[in-house]
Design a protein around this ligand. Structure first.
Ligand code: NAI
Length: 343
């Protein structure tokens, strides 16, 4: 039997209901870049528990040997290998199906995600160049903040390398969905496993837009509840940053969310035809070039961008959507300019 680390998947309405797949041996390879960090370590542990993974490659600039030795003693099938420093990065990436990137610095109290730009932009650029050179067909999951800019950076790097496939590049916004589901279930006293709230836009402050009116199962909210829940979901990261008081940002809940997104990607690669997740991807849903929404995942990445959620928004949601666009646009353009100005 497999260790279920993701909630039961829920297809969007109008589509066929999910078929339950029997657990089966799989041979998918996953690399984590930044594997020695606060997110990287618990993410490594959760991925070591996945029956879909045959090889788990852990890369960092330091401290990854011990993490790999430690994880390798768990009696689960995934083979763990460690890679330290740029000289070992190419070997880490060869033959890999999914690359997860949580490398970079996290926030401290008082910082916005954009304050991380100067350091993390370079880290993401360098790592994605190596992905382009060694596993250009892999799914790329970008966790490093500011996601609203680091995903456009990755896209530009891949374009320069001549291997950009927008279907395979994802900004990981799963934590926003996980938080929305948790807070709504608590607020409405619903069973956690039943609740699904789509979260669209981007991954910073007001660009995080939970569509509470689209919550499954259907549940009514007062205006005050909508306001309070929306603000809490948008500021949930800051809640953790302040509680950790200088020791970093969300790592455990982020590792859980990242593992869920990896597992969904692996199920899609493995042939499951009913996999849906929210992610920040290249998109034509709005006039912005990148936008987070629910997407359907398949063997070659994003198979469809689900537009239903943006139909029939409440007045509150429609206003919030318009209000987030200028900030999201600026963050996207900042990422694109960062790569183009270095030409
Ligand atoms: P951390 O500082 O604990 O770990 C980062 C790791 O990256 C360290 O082990 C460090 O050695 C490594 N690293 C630095 N430069 C590297 C390079 N060039 N190549 C490979 N590895 C490198 O930070 P933490 O808490 O794990 O957060 C990582 C990132 O994830 C931050 O940018 C944070 O803002 C972001 N984050 C994103 C979330 C999301 O929802 N997308 C949620 C929470 C955090």
């Amino acid at each position: 039997s497999s260790l279920q680390i993701t909630p039961v998947k829920k297809p969007v309405p109008k589509l066929k209901s999910a078929k339950h797949l029997a657990p089966q041996a799989s041979a998918l390879k996953v690399a984590v870049l930044g594997a020695g960090g606060g997110i990287g370590q618990p993410l490594g542990l959760l991925l070591k528990m996945s029956p879909l993974i045959s090889d788990l490659h852990l890369y960092d600039i330091a401290n990854v040997k011990g993490v790999a030795a430690d994880l390798s003693h768990c009696n689960t099938p995934a083979h763990v290998a460690d890679f330290t420093g740029p000289a070992e990065l190419a070997n880490c990436l060869k033959g890999v199906d999914v690359v997860v990137i949580p490398a970079g610095v996290p926030r401290k109290p008082g910082m916005t995600r954009d304050d991380l730009f100067n350091i993390n932009a370079n880290i993401v650029k360098t790592l994605v160049e190596a992905v382009a050179d060694n596993c250009p067909e892999a799914f790329i999951h970008i966790i490093s903040n500011p996601v609203n800019s680091t995903v456009p950076i990755a896209a530009e790097v891949l374009k320069q390398k001549g291997c950009y496939d927008p279907k395979r590049l994802f900004g990981v916004t799963t934590l926003d969905v996980v938080r929305a589901n948790t807070f709504v279930a608590q607020n409405k006293k619903l069973r956690l496993i039943d609740v699904d709230v789509p979260v669209v836009g981007g991954h910073a402050g007001i660009t995080i837009l939970p569509l509470l009116s689209k919550t499954k199962p259907f549940v009514g909210f007062t205006d005050q509840e909508v306001e309070e829940l929306t603000v809490r979901i948008q500021n949930a990261g800051t809640e953790v940053v302040e509680a950790k008081a200088g020791a970093g940002s969300a790592t455990l809940s982020m590792a859980y969310a990242a593992a869920r997104f990896v597992e969904s990607s692996l199920r899609a690669l493995d042939g499951d035809s009913e996999v849906y997740e929210c992610a920040f991807v290249q998109s034509e849903l709005t006039e912005l070039p990148f936008f987070a929404s629910r997407v359907k995942l398949g063997k070659s990445g994003v198979e469809a961008i689900i537009s239903d959620d943006l139909q029939g928004l409440t007045e509150y949601e429609a206003k919030a959507l318009e209000a987030l666009k200028p900030e999201l646009k600026d963050s996207i353009e900042k990422g694109i300019a960062f790569v183009q100005n270095q030409k």
